[in-house]
Design a protein around this ligand. Structure first.
Ligand SMILES: Cc1cc2nc3c(=O)[nH]c(=O)nc-3n(C[C@H](O)[C@H](O)[C@H](O)COP(=O)(O)OP(=O)(O)OC[C@H]3O[C@@H](n4cnc5c(N)ncnc54)[C@H](O)[C@@H]3O)c2cc1C
Length: 230
């Protein structure tokens, strides 16, 4: 199965909500008129002011839930390192792993001999898994033999502050290719529905400054350019 990322739920009018929350901080508005006059242009302007000032807590009011499948455990291990989030991942303790389903890295896919090695080793590992289960070894122990590349599915919820942080780290050209693909798809989905909220999202070079120790030397100039990369 190829990578599939769906946006399954999100806060209603997320950008307006974040702008309204920020407006509450800086004006004498009552809660009844917080949304008044908050058109797309004002929201975009307001959210940029917040970002420039480093006042990022209003971004925490908007949350987004994704369902991701066809992704390897290599990638989800990197994903779950992001702690300001909620996760539900298919369990290898409770779910029996069927025939080999591994994400094949492009560097292997493009090499017939490597594909043969990869495929036969995955099949061998899965056969060992099944044989151990037949011997009475619990699934939670038999799974130790399965490859890192095994496909999994995961539901993740992040607020827009954490998403922006996640995109900054994981859309850098120096990040690993699979987590970059996941992050790109995640950004694509939220950028389409809340462009003001994810304006200038992506690695720090999008906003003009690289923070990498070993810069790639090829900065992105915009979020659109990040999304256009394949
Ligand atoms: C290119 C790249 C290479 C990497 N290589 C490695 C590697 O070799 N080995 C490795 O172990 N990891 C590696 N990582 C993972 C990295 O160290 C982080 O664990 C991961 O990116 C999660 O990001 P984060 O810690 O900024 O924050 P998140 O968990 O996303 O949290 C967001 C922010 O909240 C704050 N925060 C969260 N929890 C705490 C806390 N407990 N205390 C204080 N502040 C907190 C921090 O400001 C943090 O930046 C790599 C990441 C990248 C992008």
């Amino acid at each position: 199965m190829s990578l599939e990322v769906r946006l399954v739920a999100h806060t209603t009018e997320p950008a307006r909500l974040v702008a309204a929350a920020a407006k509450l901080c800086y004006s004498a508005s009552s809660v009844g008129d917080l949304y008044d006059g908050l058109d797309s242009e004002k929201i975009r302007h307001f959210l940029k002011l917040l970002r420039d000032a480093g006042h990022l807590s209003p971004f925490e009011h908007a949350s987004f839930t994704y369902a991701i499948e066809g992704v390897s455990r290599v990638a989800t291990h990197q994903l779950v390192r992001h702690r300001v989030a909620s996760y539900s991942q298919q369990s290898q303790r409770y779910v029996t792993m069927g025939p080999p389903r591994c994400v094949v890295p492009p560097s292997i896919e493009g090499n017939a001999e490597a594909v043969e090695i990869f495929g036969s080793q995955a099949a061998e590992a899965h056969s060992a898994y099944e044989r151990m289960i037949a011997l009475g070894v619990p699934k939670e122990d038999a799974r130790f033999i399965l490859p890192h590349g095994w496909e999994t599915s995961i539901i993740v919820t992040m607020n827009s502050r954490e998403l922006r942080h996640f995109f900054a780290l994981r859309l850098c050209r120096r990040a690993q290719w699979e987590i970059r693909s996941v992050a790109r798809r995640m950004l694509e989905l939220v950028f389409a529905m809340a462009p003001e909220l994810f304006d200038a999202s992506g690695p720090p070079c999008v906003s003009g400054g690289c923070t990498e120790l070993n810069s790639c030397g090829s900065p992105f100039s915009s979020t659109e350019e990040v999304l256009g990369e394949r």
